[in-house]
Ligand binder design. Sequence first.
Ligand code: FAD
Length: 393
Amino acid sequence: MEHHDVLVIGAGAAGMMCAIEAGKRGRSVLVVDHAKAPGEKIRISGGGRCNFTNLGATHLNFLSANPKFCVSALRRYRPRDFIALVERHGVAYHEKTLGQLFCDGSARQIVDLLLAEMRAAGVQLRLETRVEGVTKTEGGFEVALSSGKVACASLVVASGGKSIPKMGATGLGYDIARQFGLGVVDTRPALVPLTFEPATLARLSPLSGIGLDAVVSHGKTKFREGMLFTHRGLSGPSILQISSYWREGDEIRVDMAPGVDALAALKAARTATPRQAVATVLSTLLPRRVAQLIADEDAPDKGNIADCSDKVLGRLAGAVNAWTVKPAGSEGYRTAEVTLGGVDTDALDSRTLEAKAVAGLYFIGEVVDVTGWLGGYNFQWAWASGWSAGQSV
Ligand code: FAD
């Protein structure tokens, strides 16, 4: 039987980082993946430019049943450590916004960088290889692969979440966790566009394709970023962010003119330009089609702004600064960037990501119940958790 010190399941961001670190420590490492190519999600990430980290990443940018679990790994491997790696490989990058770092060129540069590091560390990579079963042995694990059986002292599960099944996402990691008695926190699509039921969709259909700056809130959680009306509902960064907090039946609130007191602006316009049409006044605050829809719905019988009572202006301002809407659902794993939930952090050592009850078994990256905001946080978690496990395997 083939023997390795470390077998990593999943040649994604976390698995490759772990393999590099273990290889550098002199471990013999095999990485297996059922996909045809490694790092496919890296390749398509950040619109093809890979938002590979966020300068401000702390545990406050993550969702998890234990919000402090990710602190240790995030402190052990920081954004500046990955930036140093990127710079060592001569990959040019820039900060787009809000601390988000992207490649100037292509996300493929990040995949190539990781593959070069793996080669230098003597890591073996085997693609198009299925995992058929895992058994615990005295010295570690025996893993049945489609290429044959492999014995290893440490088994690292880096098989990611369920998002984008078309790209090879599976629930294998959760199955392995359950097999060894580890808990799995319920999973759901996150960083995902939200959808409306048909009646709302019909009402808002004239807005499809319009983007604007917005503050989107769910309870006390709010994000100010772009929002996009789509032919299914709402998308854009602010909506993807809030989708990780939203649950079926909940409303979200949207301020479509952040920083502007719409009521004060409307009252001022009523005095200054009383003969302007309501939609025209609103269009100083909002894209024209949005302004028209609000005027049609909230002041249907008012021609000019002068015709609007304080009550009507209050209604119009509410639609601008505090539009409340109940999404019907989300686009699901088909388009979700990440999976919320996953392997219960209670079962893992936060410093090494090793299962507390199963020596030698590690879970890293998205398969764990640690989910980042949009903005490079998810890769930072993949690097940090992979690096931390790589020091221990
Ligand atoms: P993955 O990268 O998903 O890797 C898991 C690997 O395991 C895959 O190669 C898969 O083929 C393999 N695997 C799965 N099941 C099996 C099995 N049964 N047998 C063998 N192999 C298996 N995050 C950011 O921080 N910045 C971004 O710019 C960004 N953009 C994104 C864009 C899109 C469209 C998507 C979908 C996600 C994006 N993310 C981004 C999220 C980020 O890609 C993930 O959080 C990250 O890839 C998780 O890394 P991972 O190594 O845990 O899992």
